[in-house]
Write a protein that binds this ligand. Structure first.
Ligand code: ADP
Ligand code: MG
Length: 378
């Protein structure tokens, strides 16, 4: 992969594609992890005396419509606070200049060419600067004008430091032969995680399931799951996966009549009632032991509806158990990282990916187009 450290950026202008799609409420950034993640690249570029213009998307605005709800202004302000300098935000590409060390272009998805990978837009973007640096791991599974398109169109393009770290951490997780390897896949829907479960089954000794995904497995195994979230169309896939004998299911779960209810009870997986929903699981001593002896742990997806206190214990206990383990531990996924932030110090894990969809696709063994364009070998 072409790397920033091997690219001449001394006194050069740089267009830096980053993923600053962070949660924002009332003009305030709620979680700045993705902003902090690009600081090493920015600091290096500053040391190289290069002038940088940042390019990012933010949310899903209607293409071609400038909607202030999706402005990057709060993000530019937060970055400015972190770096203790003002970050000018250009509302259009025509305004771009390199008067300041670091500046930012308004949400790239305001432009109609971004999602359709328009070649003219790709050329315009990479021609803004001497070098096109791609550091947006979270969008590397997309072929958009500012990702795959601009990387290919640029005379000089390379990966930033975040991308290097991410790919190193993810490749270590998929390629290293450590045993026992325990993977955990939770979250709401098995259909969105089927491919990742299949590929994790191959590289893991066991895969612990959680969340709505567990419900489908329990039903496939013949358990009554009441009115729990379940995908009947996935039952045959679940049966096939159960046949590998690598799928770990809970013995005890937390059930309730409703997700918003305060009333809940713990029961064995054999005694869920018809009008109950499984909303969390109990981390058994056996699973806790497996976590503590694992050499490698890959985690995506919460074990329950952790956003509600009554159904957060499974995910919280899991996070704490992983934090205590000496294993090489990798986590990824939007809600997974939110849970990690809520329950533990994320530095207790070996690596937390900044990617959601990109993380899953990498784990599925897919080739991510923007990484391939940078010469990354999967
Ligand atoms: P990630 O973003 O980490 O990949 P997902 O998006 O797949 O995770 O799933 C996260 C969501 O799954 C959470 O919002 C959580 O409330 C929900 N969830 C977890 N367990 C259950 C369950 N038993 N029933 C319904 N929803 C669940
Ligand atoms: Mg999610």
């Amino acid at each position: 992969m072409r790397k920033l450290g091997d690219t001449d950026v001394l006194n050069k202008t740089v267009a830096l594609r980053v993923d600053l799609n962070v949660p924002v409420k009332d003009g305030n950034v709620l979680d700045d992890a993705r902003i902090l993640a690009i600081i090493p690249t920015l600091q290096y570029l500053q040391k190289q005396n290069s002038k940088t213009v940042l390019i990012s998307h933010f949310g899903r605005p209607k293409a071609g419509v400038i909607d202030s709800k999706f402005s990057l202004l709060p993000v530019a302000n937060r970055l400015g606070e972190i770096l203790n300098k003002e970050i000018p935000l250009f509302t259009s590409i025509d305004e771009v200049n390199f008067h300041e060390d670091i500046s930012m272009i308004e949400n790239i998805r305001f432009l109609p060419g971004e999602l359709i990978n328009d070649l003219d837009l790709s050329s315009t973007l990479c021609n803004l600067a001497d070098v096109y640096v791609f550091d947006a791991f979270g969008t590397s599974h997309r072929s958009h004008a500012s990702t795959y398109g601009a990387i290919n169109a640029a005379k000089k393009s390379c990966a930033g430091f975040l991308l290097e770290d991410e790919t190193r951490a993810l490749k270590k997780a998929t390629d290293s032969q450590e045993s026992p390897t325990l993977s955990i896949v939770g979250g709401s829907k098995i259909s969105s995680k089927l491919e990742v479960i299949k590929s994790l089954v191959q590289i893991s000794d066991e895969v612990l399931t959680g969340g709505g995904i567990t419900n489908t497995f329990l039903k496939a195994q013949g358990n009554n799951i009441g009115i729990s979230l379940c995908e009947d169309s996935m039952l045959s896939h679940a049966k096939e996966l159960l046949a590998t004998e690598k799928i770990l299911l809970p013995n005890e779960v937390v059930v309730s009549k409703s997700m918003d209810s305060d009333a809940s009870r713990v029961c064995s997986i054999d005694s869920v009632k018809d009008d109950e929903k499984i909303l969390d699981q109990i981390l058994s001593p056996t699973v806790a032991e497996k976590i503590s002896v694992a050499k490698k742990i890959i985690w995506n997806g919460p074990l329950g509806v952790f956003e509600n206190d009554h159904f957060s214990k499974g995910t919280k206990d899991l996070a704490n158990a992983i934090a205590l383990s000496d294993a090489y531990s990798l986590a990824g996924g939007g809600e997974t990282l939110l849970a990690i932030k809520m329950f533990i110090d994320k530095s207790k894990l070996s690596y937390c990916s900044t990617g959601g969809g990109a993380f899953l696709e990498f784990m599925e063994g897919k080739e991510l187009p923007s990484l391939s364009a940078l010469g990354f070998k999967f």
